[in-house]
Design a protein around this ligand. Sequence first.
Ligand code: XBP
Ligand code: MG
Length: 253
Amino acid sequence: MVLEALIFDVDGTLADTERDGHRLAFNAAFCEFGLDWDWGVPLYGKLLQVTGGKERIRHYIDNFCPDFVKPKDFDDLVVALHKAKTRHYVELLERGGIPLRSGVKRLLDEARAAGIRLAIATTTTPENVTALLRHALNGQPGEWFEVIAAGDIVPAKKPAPDIYFWALDKLKLDAGRCLALEDSENGLKASLGAGLRTVVTVNDYTTGHAFTGAVAVLSDLGEPGRPFRNLGTEAAGQEYVDLGLLRRWHASP
Ligand code: XBP
Ligand code: MG
């Protein structure tokens, strides 16, 4: 089957947003609300097992804050905290931005020039995607990605495949005509669950994850002169991921 579209995860895949982005924004929101919670780097790695910011806050309270007494309006508190977190995250991106990962812009350019359709399937809030791409790509996300599947548009977040099904539905494409790019075990479970061949580029938080079923597992997409490290299948001596390599992986049995 011909490769017609690439579906990208955002956090950890397009950009390294978790440790120095989302994590700091959560902490800033807690501080704003007078809560003494501080999510350090290792703790945040554990909390990343739960996708979705509101879900992550609830998980933290239930599992790490035995003395916290939930107020009557607890659900509203979580929503308000998360709203503040999103504001802090967007401000953080606007202050300095978080760059795209190695090879991402090059691959997006190549795909666009070749008429490959581009989509996003992410757990994060839509405003976060807009802010990241406005800075990193110097444009509106819609100019680059024809479908943006993000946040609460599906009730079940990754590892559920729902967000990928939503994106495929909007693209009006079968999974067999697409390739997903992910960085985490939860993300891979979601893309595989939707029947998508998936390339994984790992980051500091996800190197130890299980990636069984991925067509390739790499350190990053690589650039000419800055090769990726191959952590899984062979890549025939290539130093960076281009459309030719993606087509080969897409066609592999
Ligand atoms: C991303 C997430 C998100 C972000 C925070 O997972 O889990 O929760 O950490 O975003 P994936 P929000 O890369 O697998 O999509 O706070 O906006 O939910
Ligand atoms: Mg991710």
